[in-house]
Design a protein around this ligand. Structure first.
Ligand SMILES: [Zn+2]
Length: 429
């Protein structure tokens, strides 16, 4: 086994200038620079770091599935490989029930999901989580998901600081989903969360009162489950698995970054003004809709309120959702599942889209396709709207976007065009 595709764990603190900031609700937009998180320059030949994304609130999947209806058929048209409608129509969703023993979990993985080799030792919690997430993917793809051939643990010795990975074998079709066993014991993400929360609280970006977090930022609905879970974590009223905690840390990273990149909102409004049909709809429903000048002078909170109002009255969403985190506890598996399907769809081009070095660096023998993605500011901007990790390579862009598609997000046309250009997998409607 020499060919790894690893998922990258978010452990780098956003290098944001907290010193000069007051409250997030009243940012001085023009003074903020788009500072990038510090990056590692470590390079390995064998390790090909890929993803990062994970877990949180149980029960959110239902919301995600219901929300899938939001994906319009026109957006999806021409993207999915011609589905076999008959088979898809006949597909009946698998009904997942948590196994009570590790043997039952392994049998389910083998007999129902078709995973040839399933060995998660005695870890029933992780086994159930993997099985449930993979079951969801099979249901989302109406029976056409590409399952990993094996599921197993590895240690940090092999996986370094990645929580999960898809590992491929040279000259073999076999693909393994590997989970970092050491990672399950780590308290690093918890420490990271504490540090970020402390910083955000000190700067007035969030406040904890009456057992709840009050936070101020656009797309607040999207961050609601995160802060609900963080409040439970702080109070100690709910137990979270290490993978869930890692995912919360990553979500909080993105939230923190987002707090300090208010240009996102300005850009989103600028794009909106260019869209005549959307503008017409908005002006019909909101007669006193402010002009560009007024919007540019608004605070983040005011822009946030306006965006909420637009959505409430017209159903129109703006392209300002940095990070696609749904805080679905299976998002990490949806990311990895995206890699599996993506490779199946474009086996010969797949590795040209891969960046085999750690986040923030470029390999010496980078492919033309990778360089094009990294050097094209427009592509980087589009990927950045998905998540910071999506900017690492076309493969990560696809996998990160895939999380959103599995959760029913509808992305703007430019995001979908780029996704399609790399042959990313799209769940059938
Ligand atoms: Zn990945």
């Amino acid at each position: 086994m020499i060919d790894y595709r690893l998922d990258y764990k978010s452990k780098i603190y956003p290098n944001i200038d907290l010193k000069n900031r007051n409250k997030v609700s009243k940012p001085d937009i023009n003074s903020i620079t788009n500072k990038k998180a510090k990056t590692l320059s470590k390079k390995t030949d064998l390790m090909l770091p890929l993803i990062a994304s994970g877990a949180v609130a149980a029960g959110l999947l239902l919301v995600g599935l219901a929300a899938r209806k939001k994906i319009s058929s026109t957006t999806l048209k021409n993207v999915i490989q011609k589905p076999n409608n008959l088979e898809e129509n006949l597909w009946k969703n698998l009904d997942f029930k948590k196994a009570d023993t590790i043997e039952d979990a392994a049998s389910y993985a083998k007999d129902v999901l078709g995973i040839k080799n399933f060995n998660l030792e005695n870890d029933l919690q992780t086994a159930n989580w993997v099985n449930e997430g993979l079951t969801n993917l099979q249901n989302i793809y109406k029976g056409k998901f590409k399952m990993p051939d094996a599921v197993s643990f590895l240690t940090s010795k092999r996986l370094q600081d990645s929580p999960m990975a898809i590992m491929s074998f040279p000259n073999s079709e076999l693909r393994s989903l590997v989970i970092n066993k050491d990672f399950l014991k780590s308290t690093e993400s918890l420490e990271h969360i504490k540090t970020l929360l402390k910083g955000l609280e000190e700067k007035g970006a969030i406040a904890f009162s009456n057992g709840k977090y009050k936070f101020s930022i656009l797309s607040r609905d999207r961050y609601k489950p995160l802060f609900e879970n963080l409040a439970e974590l702080k109070k100690g009223t709910k137990n979270f698995s290490p993978l869930e905690i890692n995912y919360m840390a990553k979500g909080l990273d993105d939230y923190t970054n987002m707090c300090y990149y208010p240009n996102v909102y300005k850009d989103a409004f600028e794009n909106l003004f260019k869209d005549a049909s959307k503008m017409k709809k908005i002006k019909d429903k909101i007669p006193d809709f402010p002009d560009t000048e007024k919007i540019r002078k608004m605070s983040i909170d005011e822009m946030g309120n306006l965006i909420d109002n637009i959505y409430k009255k017209t159903g129109i969403t703006l392209d300002c959702q940095y990070g696609i985190h749904s805080f679905n506890k299976f998002d990490m598996l949806y990311h990895e599942g995206g890699h599996l399907l993506h490779e199946k769809l474009i086996p010969s081009a797949y590795f040209k889209y891969h960046n085999p070095v750690v986040k923030g660096s470029v390999p010496e023998n980078a492919s033309k396709e990778l360089l094009d993605f990294l050097n094209d500011s427009r592509k980087q901007e589009i990927a950045g709207r998905i998540s910071s990790y999506a900017k690492h390579s076309p493969l990560e862009f696809v996998a990160e976007t895939h999380i959103g598609l599995c959760n029913g997000y509808k992305f703007s046309d430019d995001i979908m065009e780029l996704y399609k250009s790399y042959g990313g997998p799209i769940p059938p409607v």
